[in-house]
Design a protein around this ligand. Structure first.
Ligand SMILES: C=CC1=C(C)c2cc3[nH]c(cc4nc(cc5[nH]c(cc1n2)c(C)c5CCC(=O)O)C(CCC(=O)O)=C4C)c(C)c3C=C
Ligand SMILES: [Fe+2]
Ligand SMILES: [Fe+2]
Length: 330
């Protein structure tokens, strides 16, 4: 093509790409196996040398776990698919409405569909030359935030004409996040027909070793809970859920905490402020299994309070965070 034949370059637009973890396409063992194979092969997630880890993953884990996890997924699956997929899609549509036509909002998953690379390509095809990538993790963790940044940058490494990227910083102590959590928590507590004597903030766990290696995740979870406790004027207990494998994980563990409170005959309200959207880990592990463990141990009243999801406080928070990052970019 001669230089004079090049088409005019259209005016650049701005895109926002919301990214969450990902989820299987179906609540079946084969779909879960595909998803887990990709997720658990990420060296940011399982920090064991591949030569040691891959035989364990391909041998034991991908043989046993998919069937068990598929059964768990089946209990929370909706007509719109996996809760995580359905809620992320609703968040994307709601943010698009809030942002108006100047900005294109799309979503992607780190594992499974839609892929980060394809979502970036689609935004580029729609004229977006600047893209704000927003990992939907309030607390920074190498296993979540960093792997999204890596994947977006790895895709850019394959492009001739790259968009300009910005990344939404983690927001564990952002006033907009704490206010959204406070509004959501107070609304949830008011709707209960009992007064909980313990409020538990359950965060996804991590191997304890990552804390010693310098990952700020643990400290950021604690800070979120402290700020929220100050905001609502009540103690908030921190616990870490979803233990995986044999290594020591962050403590106290959510299941151990629920059993203890159950044995003490208490009433609890539990919520998961580190998850932007309800998912298997909140709906099955906490709301179903956690409740059963708590009641079996002798607990009195139990309530699981939902994540921010696409609630009005949750979306107002996302709009505030996104608009702040886009300021001065257009
Ligand atoms: C080594 C294993 C894992 C680490 C480290 C880990 C960190 C981590 N995960 C989330 C958020 C989510 N995890 C979810 C599911 C899930 N997580 C693991 C393992 C590790 N997570 C597994 C094996 C699974 C799959 C389900 C199962 O088989 O039990 C989900 C839900 C996905 C869904 O489909 O609903 C989320 C969300 C965070 C935030 C985090 C570190 C901070
Ligand atoms: Fe996880
Ligand atoms: Fe800490």
């Amino acid at each position: 093509m001669r230089t004079g034949d090049h088409p005019a370059i259209p005016e650049a637009r701005t895109g926002v790409l919301l990214v969450n973890l990902g989820t299987p396409d179906a609540p079946t063992a084969s779909a879960v196996r595909r998803y887990l194979a990709q997720f658990l092969s990420d060296r940011r997630v399982v920090e064991i040398p591949a030569l040691l880890w891959q035989p364990i993953l391909r041998g034991v884990i991908l043989t046993v776990r998919p069937r068990k996890s598929a059964h768990a997924y089946a209990q929370v699956w909706t007509e719109q698919g996996s809760p995580l997929a359905a809620i992320t899609k609703r968040q994307t549509e709601a943010l698009q409405r809030l942002m108006g036509d100047d900005v294109r909002v799309a979503h992607a998953m780190r594992y499974g569909q839609p892929e980060i690379g394809s979502a970036i390509d689609a935004l580029m095809a729609g004229g977006c030359r600047r893209i704000l990538v927003a990992p939907l993790y309030p607390q920074y963790c190498a296993a979540t935030t960093a792997t999204v940044v890596d994947a977006a940058n790895a895709h850019l490494a394959t492009l001739r004409w790259q968009p300009t990227l910005r990344f939404l910083p983690p927001y564990p102590d952002d006033a907009a996040y704490i206010e959204a959590l406070q509004a959501s928590l107070e609304q949830g507590l008011e709707a209960l027909d009992f007064v909980p004597d313990a409020i538990i903030a359950s965060f996804h766990g991590m191997p304890e070793r990552t804390l010693r290696l310098g990952d700020p995740y643990h400290c950021q979870c604690r800070k979120t809970a402290r700020l929220l406790s100050e905001a609502i004027g009540r103690p908030v207990e921190v616990a870490f859920q979803s233990r995986f494998g044999r290594a020591k994980w962050l403590e106290p563990a959510t299941d151990v905490t629920l059993e203890r409170l159950g044995r003490e005959g208490r009433s609890v309200a539990i919520f998961a402020p580190g998850f932007a959207a309800d998912c298997l880990e909140t709906l099955e592990e906490i709301a179903i299994r956690g409740r059963e463990q708590f009641v079996a141990a002798g607990g009195r009243n139990f309530a699981y309070l939902p994540c921010l999801n696409d609630s009005a406080p949750g979306m107002a928070m996302l709009e505030t965070l996104v608009r702040r990052e886009l300021a001065g970019w257009r």
